[in-house]
Ligand binder design. Structure first.
Ligand code: FEC
Length: 311
């Protein structure tokens, strides 16, 4: 008997294919407005500076998509899950992913974003685009909107916090200020009663409780350089402020991201580390989730439940 085939649209931010592609990528992020030569130069320089090749996000997303498909198939052999990629700012775009499912004869699908916290400006944007394309092509799709408190996600993050804390001398660990971080967004999301800040705080609190942390806070990172105000405080300002208060051991835990990419490998490993050296602070960061089996199981669990709910 042929197995029922379920499409899974795995959505992620996307990254250029090569340095030649940075301009088109940046133009897409800027909704069709090309960057100035200075902005392009600045972004290209950041890609050139990161460790692990120019664009590690592409390979990491490829591996996560494969890992999720393998986990779904192993956990649910009675159906055939087929994963497709849909990227926000690079090919294959979200719409391409939906189209590819339809071309392959998929009639029911679940969409999920490789970002655990919901915001209308992040996850909501991916979902809107996928939904519109699916409706146009007559594909029945349902969507996972958030999974920021999934126990297996918290397990994976807890292990990382504990491992990173062990990089500090044993007698000094209670002096380490743990800062949970996520990508900032324009402040206007607050007027929309967007759940993003609360969900990030909920993940932070759950982790602090599990690890038994009392010395922690939340900080925003990677804010855009635009005229509108972005959510703060920014982690670089937090680092300066707490150093003045006497904190010289900091652990950054980027809970809003699930991969090694520019915002982790540059904004934390290069920019924040440079500031830490200047301030005389010992700075560590937790390892990214990438294809951690616990993360793959988290995704598999929420996708399967969403499919069952919608079936
Ligand atoms: O490694 C890579 O090539 C890509 C790294 C990357 C990730 C990422 C994730 C998020 N972003 C979010 C929001 C915004 C908003 C803007 C914005 C702009 C940029 C620029 C680059 C960039 N983002 Fe990003 N983001 C990554 C990279 N992001 C490069 C343009 C230059 C700059 O500002 O630094 C402002 C433009 C706009 O209004 O759209 C807002 C959010 C996430 C986390 C959730 C997700 O992954 O979707 C939120 C990775």
């Amino acid at each position: 008997m042929t197995k029922r085939r379920i499409g899974v649209l795995v959505m992620s931010y996307g990254t250029p294919e090569s340095l030649d592609g940075v301009e088109a990528y940046y133009t897409h992020i800027r909704r069709g407005h090309p960057p100035t030569p200075e902005q392009l130069h600045e972004l290209t320089a950041r890609y050139e500076a990161i460790v692990g090749g120019f664009f590690p996000l592409r390979e990491n997303t490829n591996k996560q998509v494969k890992g999720l498909e393998a986990t779904l198939r192993e956990e649910h052999p009675e159906v055939e899950f087929v994963c497709y990629q849909g990227l926000k700012h690079a090919q294959p775009y979200v719409e391409d992913g939906v189209e590819n499912m339809v071309k392959d004869g998929i009639t029911e699908a679940v969409g999920i974003v490789l970002a655990p916290h919901y915001s209308t400006m992040s996850v909501g944007g991916y979902v809107k685009r996928a939904k519109e394309k699916a409706e146009e092509l007559g594909l029945h799709m349902s969507f996972v909107l958030e999974y920021h408190l999934h126990p297996k996600l918290l397990d994976a993050l807890q292990v990382r916090v504990e491992k990173a804390l062990s990089k500090f001398a044993e007698g000094e660990r209670d002096q380490v200020r743990v800062i949970f971080t996520a990508h900032s967004l324009p402040e206007k999301i607050l007027e929309m009663k967007d759940p993003y800040p609360d969900q990030l705080l909920a993940t932070s609190k759950a982790l602090a409780e599990r690890v038994g942390l009392t010395n922690w806070q939340f900080g925003w990172q990677s804010a855009g350089q635009t005229a509108m105000p972005w959510l703060g405080p920014d982690i670089l300002d937090v680092m300066r402020t707490i150093k003045e208060e006497g904190v010289d051991k900091i652990l950054l835990c980027p809970i809003g991201f699930v991969s090694d990419h520019l915002e982790v490998l540059y904004d934390i490993d290069i920019e924040a580390q440079a500031l830490a050296r200047e301030l005389g602070v010992h700075l560590e960061r937790t390892a990214s989730l990438n294809t951690d089996p616990l993360y793959m199981e988290t995704l598999s669990d929420v996708v399967y439940k969403k499919w069952q709910e919608a079936a």
